[in-house]
Write a protein that binds this ligand. Structure first.
Ligand code: S3P
Length: 450
């Protein structure tokens, strides 16, 4: 059952004492999507452990199956992907249902763009409002034909894409700091003759580059004055890999902030990815006074990983440097929550991209925080939060999660230190990225009420 089926499931978390214990979080969502996609394009069998079994990643698995890959899960949780080879994707027989997942949609559009097939992409109400022009523009330049639905001044799903074969190699400077756009172009470049070049003036998560190289593609990255220049040689042959997916830092962010704001807490989150293009939240929370220690730092499958020990801390408001935004873009909703408990003012800017995520995360967080008695000011590109200096926030509100998993989890965490209940109207979207969120919070000592 997906989050779009059945009745809303309200959620209210409470903490009757400190949060304690050792937990793990599910596998990294970005790496999980890419493991399935690249495995499906390799010749031979890729084995994946630690795959995130959330709805977004399952949508990618279903789409890759519909285009010819064989994908199965063993009882021990290992996933096996038998790929079709670059250039070998088959015409899907029905529309590809992307559910809530922007990453599945944009990256798969890239894959289809250089194959001689046509695919229709559909999604839920949240995804169907998100802008696709940012991938339509470069993929059209590579020769793909794309018919999208016009919506509120943007091109949206449902859309139908017919790939070009051969596609035209592209040299493209990213107009928005987006790993999804970068990755869509690189994935299209896999089955394109010659060199596909993406220039990113502002660095974004680099999992595609690491994993493409790991699967054997000829890829180089050069740091130049205009930005990171990523060059991929097309008509690549990918070799199957064995992948161990590290825990998702974007999911670890929720128990991390929960421990920081609940008095007396001391928790350890094991096996969390700390790739520098993803780990911005840790340094920002440390700069706010958060007691977060990185233990047992190591490398797993080409990605840096650590165990995180987090203790309750007196936080202080800061000006969060905007240039770090891409390295923590999905973590701002929960950072806004941390800021609500800090002493003084936290200013967060440079966040225009938050307005086109699963919801308009600036507006939705500002409304919800205000409803819970937290004073904040919405800016065009960010939020200013006046913290309660560690005291319980007033609470006493029901928050509309608007089909956004991270909004739902952020307000569930906010309610852990609230004078009156904070209820999230519908927790089902949490299953897109963190199906074990509620059991994990219970394991740490929180209680969940409906
Ligand atoms: C992702 C990139 C980011 C992020 C998303 C996952 C990826 O999106 O918000 O959750 O896996 O490439 P943008 O590329 O839109 O910034």
């Amino acid at each position: 059952m997906s989050h779009a089926d059945g009745n809303p499931a309200p959620l209210c978390l409470a903490a009757t004492g400190p949060l304690t214990g050792d937990v793990t979080v599910p596998g990294d969502k970005s790496i999980s999507h890419r493991s399935l996609m690249l495995g499906a394009l390799a010749v031979g069998e890729t084995r994946i452990t630690g795959l995130l079994e959330g709805e977004d990643v399952l949508a990618t698995a279903a789409a890759m199956r519909a285009m010819g890959a064989q994908i199965s899960r063993s009882d021990n949780g290992e996933w096996r992907v038998s790929g079709v080879g670059v250039g070998g994707l088959l015409q899907p027989q029905t529309a590809l249902d992307m559910g809530n997942s922007g990453t599945s949609t944009r990256l798969l559009m890239g894959l289809v763009a250089s194959h001689p097939i046509t695919a229709t992409f559909i999604g839920d109400a949240s995804l169907s409002g998100r802008p696709m022009g940012r991938v339509i523009t470069p993929l059209s330049l590579m020769g793909a034909t794309i018919a999208a639905t016009p919506g509120a001044g943007r091109q949206t799903l449902p859309l139908t894409l017919t790939g070009a074969c051969p596609a035209i190699p592209l040299r493209y400077t990213l107009p928005v700091a987006s790993a999804q756009v970068k990755s869509a172009i690189l994935l299209a470049g896999l089955n394109t003759p010659g060199e596909t070049v993406v220039i990113e003036p502002i660095p974004t998560r680099d999992h595609s580059e690491r994993m493409l190289a790991g699967f054997g593609a000829a890829l180089s990255v050069v740091q130049a004055p205009e930005g990171r220049i990523i060059t991929l040689r097309g008509e690549a042959e990918l070799k199957p890999q064995t992948i161990d997916v590290p825990g998702d830092p974007s999911s670890a962010a929720f128990p991390m902030v929960a421990a920081l704001i609940v008095p007396g807490s001391d928790i350890t989150i094991r096996n969390v990815g700390i790739n520098p293009t993803r780990a911005g939240l840790i340094s920002v929370l440390q700069a706010m006074g958060g007691d977060i220690r990185l233990l047992n730092e190591r490398t797993v499958g080409g990605e840096p990983v650590a165990d995180l020990q987090v203790r309750h801390s007196a936080l202080t408001g800061i000006e969060v440097p905007p240039d770090g935004a891409p390295s923590m873009i999905d973590e701002y909703p929960i950072l806004f929550v941390a800021a609500a408990f800090a002493q003084g003012r936290t200013t967060m800017r440079g966040l225009e991209e938050l307005r086109v995520k699963e919801s308009d995360r600036i507006a939705v967080m500002a409304q919800g925080l205000t409803a819970c008695g937290v004073s904040c000011e919405e800016l065009e590109d960010g939020l200013i939060v006046e913290g309660c200096a560690g005291d319980p926030i007033p609470g006493g509100a029901t928050i509309a999660a608007r089909l956004d998993h991270r909004i739902a989890m952020s307000f569930a965490v906010l309610g852990l230190n609230a004078a009156r209940r904070v209820t999230v109207d519908d927790a089902r979207p949490i299953a897109t990225s963190f199906p074990t969120f509620v059991p994990m919070m219970r394991q740490l000592g929180a209680t969940a009420r409906n």
